[in-house]
Design a protein around this ligand. Structure first.
Ligand SMILES: [Fe+2]
Length: 296
């Protein structure tokens, strides 16, 4: 752990979206050249780690990545020409690289100071690196993990909704993602933009804490070839595991024709549902009917 690095937020609540500040901008593991090395090592390990996005992607597009750049550039060519408008390269599950794991550890240790109770019992950390040059878009979606989303360099327009905002993403849509890993029901509705918890530019040294299932989308808009580097440092916790299994139970009840109380509204009910969801997921996995989702 490197004590010179810090992440701060005031106030901070692990169940709510909030803006962050941090000093990871000069971390040697996050320089453009370090990230070039990371991209090449990850691609050599498994091409699926390195992803590109169709330049025609809009905020309401389905989240879809390709393992080849649309303009045919190689990883090194992308890093040689990062200021090309529309450049977008993402490094998924970057913790698979032992060298980058140290960066993840530094960030998680800095972020851990903000966490307490069940939220501080962390497992399955990872990182997703996004390097882009306007105009680019990451469409509207939700994730399973909690996310210390840090803007390292450049500026990114970031829109994030609270995780319990059921007008923006329905309870059934969250369950579809948590249990079946389907984003089919997670659909952007422009009329919900005024209800975002964060909707604005996030600059180097800033970030956003996105709790599990908080809907979000990002856009790089700054003209003039500014390169944006942002990294989502993600993790599960005892609290996210509990919530995910409650969603699993609710998905089951919904399938049986019921209209279950949303997760998080009744803690006693949630305790029972956690046990039911936890058991159901394991039985379905053992029967080969489901691939056990991460974080559960
Ligand atoms: Fe995301």
């Amino acid at each position: 752990m490197n004590p010179r690095y810090e992440i701060s937020a005031d106030p901070f609540d692990a169940t709510r979206v909030c803006r962050l500040s941090h000093n990871f901008g000069d971390h040697p593991g996050l320089s453009n050249e370090a990230l070039r090395g990371l991209a090449n090592r990850l691609q050599a390990k498994d091409r699926r780690h390195v992803k590109f996005i169709d330049p025609a992607t809009r905020v309401d597009s389905r989240l879809h990545h390709d393992s080849k750049a649309h303009d045919g550039r190689s990883v090194d060519q992308v890093f040689d020409t990062l200021t090309t408008p529309g450049t977008y390269i993402a490094l998924y599950e970057a913790q698979a690289d032992p060298e980058f794991r140290k960066v993840v550890d530094d960030v998680i240790e800095a972020g851990r100071k903000l966490l307490s109770g069940d939220h501080a019992e962390i497992f399955d950390t990872d990182a997703y690196v996004f390097i882009s040059c306007a105009p680019t878009v990451t469409p509207f979606h939700i994730d399973r993990e909690n996310n210390f989303f840090l803007q390292i360099r450049g500026t990114k327009h970031t829109s994030v909704w609270q995780p319990n905002d059921r007008e923006t993403v329905s309870e059934a849509a969250v369950e579809g993602w948590i249990v079946h890993q389907s984003l089919d029901q997670v659909v952007f509705d422009e009329s919900r933009l005024p209800f975002a918890a964060v909707d604005g530019n996030v600059k180097g040294g800033e970030g956003v804490f996105m709790p599990s299932t908080a809907a979000h989308m990002t856009q790089t808009e700054t003209p003039g070839g500014e390169v944006s580097v942002s990294v989502g440092f993600v993790f599960y916790s005892r609290a996210t595991k509990r919530r995910a299994n409650v969603h699993a139970c609710n998905a089951l009840l919904r399938r049986l024709g019921m209209n279950p109380t949303p997760a998080g509204e009744n803690s006693l009910l949630d305790s029972c549902k956690y046990l039911m969801g936890f058991t159901a997921i394991r039985v379905l996995t053992a029967l080969g009917r489901l691939q056990k989702p991460r974080g559960m």
